[in-house]
Design a protein around this ligand. Structure first.
Ligand code: XMP
Ligand code: MG
Length: 178
């Protein structure tokens, strides 16, 4: 792995494809155990979580459903603070065991705004699986139940995460060089 250039910024290798895959497998195992006979519904937050969600879902060997929702709160490398629901949830979630799948919990604003909308619909239970967690950046009290990697407060991209729409296709995760 080597340094990459995206637009005007330089990013350094941070988490390898192998490390990511091992971590995704570990989370999958935990979910398979915790949700045996509960038939969870995975709700994936687009766009960033699509790659994590696809890899994670393949490790699931219990009955499970998956659905997608699009929320936008990010422009460039800074959270805008405004969460907009771009694609709504058409699934009924009442009495279902929900697992929110996120790429990263940064300020926590996105889920802090969105979770009450889900709770209103009375799911049987609600947990969060996030590949990345930046506790130093978290303003709202959101802590994922399943965490892939706890990372410092630096911008990252790759494996679904973008910088202005680019670099989502990378299999590894890179960190902004400061
Ligand atoms: P909040 O602040 O609401 O952030 O927890 C949630 C969404 O913001 C995006 N995000 C990032 N995207 N590199 C990215 O490519 C980052 O370091 C980063 N931090 C936050 C992401 O979509 C997340 O779901
Ligand atoms: Mg996201």
């Amino acid at each position: 792995m080597h340094t990459i250039q995206v637009k005007n910024k330089t990013f350094i290798p941070y988490l390898s494809e192998k490390e990511i895959q091992e971590t995704v497998n570990r989370i999958g195992k935990e979910i398979n155990t915790d949700y045996k006979n509960l038939q969870p519904l995975f709700i994936v937050i687009l766009n960033g979580a699509f790659m994590f969600a696809a890899d994670l879902f393949k490790t699931i060997n219990i009955d499970a459903e998956i659905s997608f929702i699009k929320l936008i709160s990010y422009k460039g490398t800074r959270s805008t603070g405004n969460v907009i629901t771009a694609i709504g949830l058409d699934e009924l979630i009442k009495n279902k065991h929900i697992i929110i799948v996120e790429d990263i919990i940064d300020t926590g604003n996105t889920l802090h705004t969105f979770l009450p909308q889900l709770i209103d619909q009375q799911p049987a239970s609600l947990k969060i699986a996030s590949l990345l967690y930046k506790p130093e950046a978290t303003i709202y009290p959101i802590k994922p139940d399943y965490i892939g990697f706890t990372i410092p407060n630096k911008f990252v991209l790759g494996y679904g995460l973008d910088y202005d729409g680019l670099a989502r296709n990378l299999s590894a995760i890179y960190q902004l060089q400061e």
